[in-house]
Design a binder for this molecule. Structure first.
Ligand SMILES: Cc1ncc(C[n+]2csc(CCOP(=O)(O)OP(=O)(O)O)c2C)c(N)n1
Ligand SMILES: [Mg+2]
Length: 333
């Protein structure tokens, strides 16, 4: 069973639209730089790029308040940038430097920032869902009006944790906004090869969770849906589920011959690239001048250049510190 993704496109206000454009460009250029640095062995370990999916993180983040929480996956650079963690702290983390957002101990897959309530960066498929349910449970028990936004790939629906988390969130009416990023593949496995029911909203509905599909290549549609759902969650409506239909333009991680998908399919999706899509929509409405896009590109390039310099100049953790922060160092009373 399939459903039509909603593509409601209210006209964005000009400054806000330029902000959305800038945020997507920041993520795109940041990750292109990461790919380059990976090839130069400056960044090591795993590296999963979000290129193609930027509209989801950027649009959804507009619906969140500073006191809300975010839980994401190993494909989380875009969410971290859009949430407001600095490009410098993220780049230093990629390099494994002490100045990184997780002191260089997490790397690409484990970005974390208490100040912006960004709870990862989780490498385990589906692992973020129970964390989000726990955060939301704490908020509910303490009577706080907060939303926990949980981003995860469609591959997570094959995990038991997905079903357990959805069930408890619904049963206890917890304020979780489930943001499923359906990019059609879990590594090399297409959704149709692993699921008998590929309608993800129907799965969510089976837990009595309101759910609807969204065009994840359209940042304006993402923002509108995320705002509607977040408002419902915040006002006591219990968990909501959004299925963002999107596509990753790059390989799953840095080593992936991509034998599981047709190049033509990739090219087709690239025609719906969220950045040019928003830029042309704005041009058509007279909201974007060419010089403004060039200006955004220049400013973003400068920001990324500074982030790389910051990471390069960062410090390696002394060997004697390596066993610190593994267990709690606070004395228990
Ligand atoms: C529990 C678990 N099983 C397997 C893996 C290996 N693995 C890493 S990413 C991935 C695919 C996940 O796909 P999806 O959830 O759709 O997210 P996407 O990578 O498409 O963003 C798998 C199977 C893992 N990290 N954790
Ligand atoms: Mg996927």
């Amino acid at each position: 069973m399939t459903r039509q993704a909603t593509s409601s496109r209210p006209a964005p206000e000009r400054d806000h639209a330029l902000h959305l454009l800038r945020e997507m460009v920041r993520i795109r250029r940041f990750e292109e730089k990461c790919a380059e640095l990976y090839a130069a062995a400056k960044i090591r370990g795993f590296l999963h790029l979000y290129i193609g999916e930027e509209a989801v993180a950027v649009g959804a983040m507009q619906a969140l308040e500073p006191e809300d929480a975010i839980v994401a996956t190993y494909r989380e650079h875009g969410h971290a940038l859009a949430r407001g963690i600095s490009a410098a702290a993220i780049m230093a983390e990629m390099y494994g430097k002490v100045e990184g957002s997780s002191r260089g101990r997490g790397g690409s897959m484990h970005l974390f920032d208490a100040a912006t309530r960004f709870y990862g960066g989780n490498a385990i498929v589906g692992g973020g869902l129970p964390l989000a349910v726990g955060l939301a449970l704490a908020d509910k028990l303490q009577g706080r009006s907060r939303v926990t936004a949980c981003f995860f790939g469609e591959g997570a629906v094959a995990e038991g944790e997905f079903h357990e988390s959805m069930n408890l969130a619904a049963l206890w009416g917890l304020p979780v906004l489930f943001c499923c990023e359906n990019n059609l593949y879990a590594m090399g496995t297409a959704l149709v090869r692993s699921e008998s029911e590929t309608d993800l909203c129907l799965k969510a509905s089976s837990f009595e969770i309101p759910a609807w599909p969204v065009d994840g290549m359209d940042v304006v549609a993402v923002e509108a849906s995320a705002k509607k759902a977040a408002l419902a969650v915040r006002s006591g409506g219990g968990p909501h589920f959004l299925e963002f239909r999107t596509y990753r333009f790059r390989a799953h991680s840095m080593y992936d011959p991509e034998l599981y998908r047709d190049k033509k399919e990739v090219e087709e999706w690239k025609k719906r690239d969220p950045i040019p899509t928003l830029a042309s929509m704005l041009r058509e409405r007279g909201l974007l001048k060419e010089e403004e896009l060039a200006q955004i590109e220049r400013e973003v390039a400068a920001e990324i250049q500074q982030a790389v310099e910051f990471a390069e100049a960062g410090t390696w953790e002394p060997v004697e510190e390596l066993t610190r922060y593994v267990y709690s160092e606070e004395p228990h009373s």
